[in-house]
Ligand binder design. Structure first.
Ligand SMILES: [Zn+2]
Length: 419
């Protein structure tokens, strides 16, 4: 295993763990939250601001970078870190989630996913091998296998089919990754003639991935809310063997309690000494609850996307700052927050910026929300170190309803305009 991960503190009463993840671009303290930098940028934030906020690792979307400016362009320019001026750890997704969520634009086959670009309608085919190939060109620290994520609710047959396909794709991704990265060519499982047509033009390519060390490949456990399928999926991926394991297919519309239950169950199937990453979840409260259930890595668009819509997270819950009630409110977004936005600007000013359509509105709200998320994670890590996890857990409050970013429920009192 090239990716060193060490656990430095354990909570006695829960599965919460603090750890250190040693990536080629630096050490990441876990549990950690990764802001989403879709197209090589966290919208509205400069890299300097992200550093000052204490961002330790970013997530970038393979789908968007593949389409624009193109992974080959980024490889030629020395990889994503250099291209975007971010010398710290980066994780890229496989592109599958975006492709499959393109309404009417994606089609899953045994070999991969056909999709049309949302930019110009051009047709593309993403295979497990191609997803690794593109991510190696981008040169992130952690890369993901292509998986099939299905919506909630889904029938047992649909979930089972997706689990089996995800396993076959994970094996293909691993074989391809080893050929390219480890040089363990051995008896390659995919000879040229067995490769899907999409792959044949890719090989041979021996150009090294950018960066000091090759990225680490993570597998993704699927299975929806079906525990038998989750177990099957986890066992099959463990058999293949990855440097870390993600839990996919959650926060797709299921009730929040089910998100927690399945995250806990699945985390319990995965080795404690390997990074466990819960994809696409959630509110600060979700993060806290899932840390308690054994998750180490998180990403979610919620703090950044909601911020741009005028919805901020505070120690008292969510607040829709563009609502009329804040027109004369001189308080900061969150009186308990120490971020530079809360120290300087009022709710009334923020509301004015949103109403006037000023670009500073989204910038300030994003800054605050990211600070709130990162500060929550910092408090969790410190609490774990000092054996105070339960007391911090009881203080964290967030929104309510489901854990899904698409189905947020704003408390009644703030619901004039939803997030
Ligand atoms: Zn703040």
């Amino acid at each position: 295993m090239g990716l060193k991960f060490e656990i430095v503190a354990r909570d006695a009463g829960t599965q919460a763990r603090a750890g250190l993840l040693h990536t080629p671009h630096g050490v990441v303290e876990t549990p950690t939250f990764m802001p989403v930098g879709t197209a090589g940028t966290v919208k509205g934030m400069t890299q300097e601001q992200l550093e000052s906020l204490g961002v330790q690792m970013l997530l970038a979307n393979t789908y968007h970078l593949y389409l624009r400016p193109g992974h080959e362009v980024i490889r030629e320019l020395g990889g994503l870190h250099r291209f975007m001026g971010w010398p710290h750890p980066i994780l890229t997704d496989s592109g599958g989630f975006q492709v499959m969520s393109l309404k009417g634009l994606g089609r899953v086959t045994e070999d991969g996913v056909w999709f049309r670009s949302h930019l110009d309608g051009s047709s593309h085919f993403l295979t497990p091998e191609r997803a690794v190939e593109i991510q190696l060109a981008l040169g992130a620290d952690i890369i993901m296998t292509l998986d099939e994520c299905v919506d909630y609710p889904a029938s047992h047959e649909t979930l089972q089919r997706a689990v089996k396909l995800t396993t076959r794709w994970a094996q293909r991704a691993k074989d391809f990754y080893e050929e390219r990265v480890s040089g363990e060519r051995g008896p390659a499982l995919h000879s040229q003639s067995q490769r899907p047509p999409d792959l044949q033009h890719l090989t041979p390519d021996t150009s090294p991935a950018p960066g000091p060390q090759p990225p680490s490949l993570f597998g993704i456990v699927q299975g929806g809310t079906d525990k038998i399928l989750r177990r099957e999926s986890a066992e099959e991926l463990l058999e293949i063997g990855f440097e870390g394991y993600a839990i996919g297919g959650l926060s797709v519309g299921e009730p929040r309690q089910e998100t927690y239950e399945v995250a806990e169950f699945t985390a319990g199937l995965l080795p404690e000494e390997r990074p466990r990453y819960l994809m696409g979840v959630g509110t600060p409260e979700d993060l806290m609850e899932c840390v308690a259930r054994g998750i180490y890595l998180f990403d979610c668009v919620m703090p950044t996307r909601n911020a741009r819509n005028g919805c901020v997270f505070t120690s008292e819950g969510k607040l829709v700052v563009k609502n009329a009630r804040y027109m004369r409110d001189e308080q900061p977004l969150d009186p308990a927050c120490a971020c530079s936005v809360c120290r300087r600007y009022s709710r009334s000013y923020l509301r004015h910026l949103f109403v006037a359509g000023e670009m500073l509105a989204g910038i300030l709200a994003t800054h605050h929300n990211l600070h709130f998320y990162l500060d929550t994670m910092r408090k969790i890590r410190q609490a774990l170190e000092f054996g105070q996890f339960e007391s911090v857990r009881s203080r964290v409050r967030g929104g309510s309803g489901t854990a899904s970013p698409r189905r947020e429920v704003v408390p009644e009192s703030q619901a004039d305009e939803p997030c």
